[in-house]
Design a protein around this ligand. Sequence first.
Ligand code: FAD
Length: 393
Amino acid sequence: MNSVVVVGAGLAGVRSVEALRAHGYDGRITLIGEERHRPYDRPPLSKAVLNREKEVDSTYVELDLDALEIDWRQAVAAKGLRPGVVETTEGELPYDGLVIATGATPIRLRGEGPQHVLRTIDDALELRDKLAPGVRVAVIGAGWIGAEVTTAAARAGCEVVVVEAGPAPLSAALGDDAGAWTVPWYAETGVELRLSTRVASVDHDGLTLADGSRIEADVVVTGVGVRPAVGWLSGSGIELADGVVTDEHLRTSLPGVVAVGDCAAWWSRRFARRLRVEHWDTALGAPDVAAAAILGEDAVYDPVPYFWSEQFGHMVQYAGHHAGPRAARRVLRGDPRTDAKWAICWLTGDDRLTAILTVDRPRDLVQGRRIVEGGRRLDARRLADPATMLRDC
Ligand code: FAD
């Protein structure tokens, strides 16, 4: 192997470069990314950066270009792929090995009016400039990004309305009932939350809803999810299905090509299904396995997915996977209606922990993640007692 091309200079792309060198690969590496910024971490954008607690330079990923000896090409986009060649805006790049790490792009809604999304440093700075006391902000979507933007806008003194198509916040990620416990957080922050409400269009002065009524707003933020950034791969013959399809080694259907991060839908041995996880920890961890796969080593990517969100003054953390028939029942640790700190544990039919959501209970999260990894059975009665350490259940 003489030449590896990494497409996408986000966290997963940068970690792939580092992992290739860590695995002893000393051939040529070309890293291309369409953004003009140095590679950076996105989580602070909707938190410390939007809240004016940190500036964007604090988000830059540490990268020792000299030590890594990479050919890094900024503001260059991949346009197409054929076996052994990436077509870019600056010409063709031949490869022996290819890492696809192009992440995801936010979905925008219909309408002629301006709508902010939050994915890049530029998005964050543009939005931050608009958040000021008395500004009317309409946030579309009460998912992870919507909740964090709402928190920042309310903190800046804006009048915030959140419009959510589902019956509860976070319903797409957690299901309707789990997300419902976060509803009071909106009112406590002075935010109006409209559930089961669909937006028909984004207009110049606000939103038109599906029932024809209107919400007037100075600023509209659309936070309704992302799509894997794989348009450049169409026609390449690579298998795509909600992202780039990979096996448990992160190998795609094309020889010598692996995929990592938000754009990769990998086969999870642990959960016996394909997963595409749009979270930081996946972009951090997957590249080590992808580098091994590209260099012909035998490694399996089989993590317990993890993410966190900081919203309305709460630290919300999740580990595992509970969608589908795997989660037979749920056990609460604490009462979300009365307790400040609580957790939800999803158990399989034979009482093994498959996922855990914690609100301001970081110790539960750490212990729960280990238990999901280990796969042992729990005593559900002890689990329901929040005073009992999770590891002792
Ligand atoms: P990206 O970070 O999207 O990087 C992909 C890069 O590829 C981009 O720079 C893109 O411009 C480039 N690219 C795309 N197409 C091409 C092309 N054709 N040619 C060249 N380059 C291309 N996760 C958590 O777990 N917790 C959090 O609290 C959290 N907060 C977040 C807050 C925000 C505002 C955002 C946007 C995300 C957050 N995430 C969070 C998710 C996390 O940041 C992502 O999962 C992670 O960034 C994915 O990394 P990636 O490298 O796969 O993709």
